[in-house]
Design a protein around this ligand. Sequence first.
Ligand SMILES: *Cc1c(COP(=O)(O)O)cnc(C)c1O
Length: 366
Amino acid sequence: MSNPYLLLTPGPLSTSETVKSTMLRDWCTWDDDYNLGVVEPVRAKLVALAGCDAADYSSVLLQGSGSFAVESVISSALGADDKLLILANGAYGLRMAEMARVHGIAHVLLSASERDWVSAEALRDALAADHAITHVAFVHCETTSGILNPLALYADIIKSAGKTLIVDAMSSFGGIPMDVQNLGIDFVISSANKCIQGVPGMGLVIARRAALMACEGRARTLSLDLFDQWQTMEKGHGKWRFTSPTHVVRAFQQALKELDEEGGIEARFLRYSSNHQTLVTGMEALGFRTVVSADKQAPFITTFCYPDSPAFDFHELYQRLKSEGFVIYPGKVTATPCFRIGHIGEVYPADMARLLTVMERHRFWL
Ligand SMILES: *Cc1c(COP(=O)(O)O)cnc(C)c1O
């Protein structure tokens, strides 16, 4: 069964036929075939992909979309007297602040515009100004705009200050080399349906064991209790507390295998980078400008300003591209009218070239 269009909308994103076909089998959640054959190998692989030693780091899988995993960490990692500093330059950073607010967690927000980084000085000043801060959270690739925040720079400042570090690496993990242990990151959060190229329905957390231990008794909800979820998986060797998204996890295991077959994270990063380069070069030739400057741009999703023409209409472009086999994303950057094109998933430079040919043919705004 073939798809009517390619998803340039991470995520969900376009997955391979082989990932999809693993979902034709049913699994028993308490049988070793599933727990030891699927869940535990997936958990171990995630720790290895993050460049972590299994003696120091572990991983937790969670039901739900990526935000459920972010909320699990935010609502489980901070004690009653702790305070969270959140760096935000887009919707996903702001969503973490919203989660802290809902759970009554003391927090402070340090913001930058959607096309800028929060500066290192501002981060240092914020940490120096408020000694109540115990944890810091930021988004690696802000999918709102496609900006790649300076992970190593921030991690160095935050860990030198002795704070617990939470990174939303939802749209970057698996698509760009990330040395989690050397950077000293305490919690890395991602999900099945981004750069690993699985299907939606599961979030994941890779965390320092000591940081997971510190979550005991801190959760503000039952279902999103990260410590409890982790302990159940550890002690039950792959057991989930509540119904597990079995097909999603099995498809994810296949997606991890295909990541290896492609040549690992480095090879995938090169493919995504070449998707991005092909797209931007072609779009610029068609007169489009990117919202984020090249030096800050991640290779996962690119935001383009609307062309300066009254005849341009995003909905019209969307429908035309859809009828030609491509689904793109509306904009999420508030300051600039824009749209987004994702280039992760089962997507190759040749697909970008086909998209550009279609774009050129449909330039109704000229
Ligand atoms: C996709 C994404 C999320 C999670 O979004 P869901 O819709 O809950 O899956 C969180 N943060 C970032 C940066 C993302 O790209």
